[in-house]
Design a protein around this ligand. Structure first.
Ligand SMILES: [Zn+2]
Length: 180
């Protein structure tokens, strides 16, 4: 289901980001449908979604999310057609690990086996390159000091990756705190 409005509400409700920090998009052929810059994810209306091109830039780019460059990079360099970016708190805290973090539950959830941790400033082509390369290895990646990008063939897939990563990051965080 390509319902950005529905999934916007869901990611905020799940505590994966606050209304203003995150963005959602999907690709249809050579078009990207993405949340506008400054849109509140839990109160999206149809006119908070903007249509831009996968390849060519257009005048609509400047009203799209400031992370459009990263979404565009993902659609150009991977086979995915849905992307959700959040600022999941506990997942982002896993950035204390160097290049990737692995979780004990990866037998059931293989995407937790090796979650890449990448660097790059928000809204830059460097971040776009690093995130899209890492997504070719694993469908969910952590950006140091920033947040998480997940990609899939549906928003449901992205949501599963994000919620599982956040849950097990929280688990890892508290276990380490308790010196387990
Ligand atoms: Zn962000």
């Amino acid at each position: 289901m390509n319902n950005i409005v529905f999934w916007g509400k869901k990611v905020v409700k799940a505590g994966l980001c606050t209304s203003f920090f995150g963005n959602i998009s999907y690709r249809n052929d050579n078009k990207i449908f993405i949340t506008k810059t400054g849109a509140m994810l839990d109160e999206l209306a149809d006119d908070d979604i903007v249509e831009v091109n996968v390849i060519d830039k257009s005048s609509s780019d400047k009203i799209a999310s400031s992370e459009l460059v990263v979404h565009r990079g993902i659609y150009q360099k991977t086979h995915y057609d849905h992307v959700i970016h959040t600022h999941s708190l506990f997942s982002t805290l896993m950035d204390k690990f160097e290049y990737y973090v692995s979780f004990d539950y990866s037998e059931v959830l293989p995407f937790l086996k090796k979650v890449p941790i990448v660097t790059g400033k928000s809204g830059t082509s460097i971040l776009a390159k690093n995130v899209s390369e890492a997504l070719n290895e694993n469908p969910v990646v952590i950006v140091k000091g920033h947040g998480v990008f997940s990609a899939g063939q549906s928003f449901k897939e992205c949501y599963i990756y994000l919620t599982a990563l956040e849950h097990y990051s929280k688990d890892k965080y508290f276990r380490e705190l308790l010196n387990e």
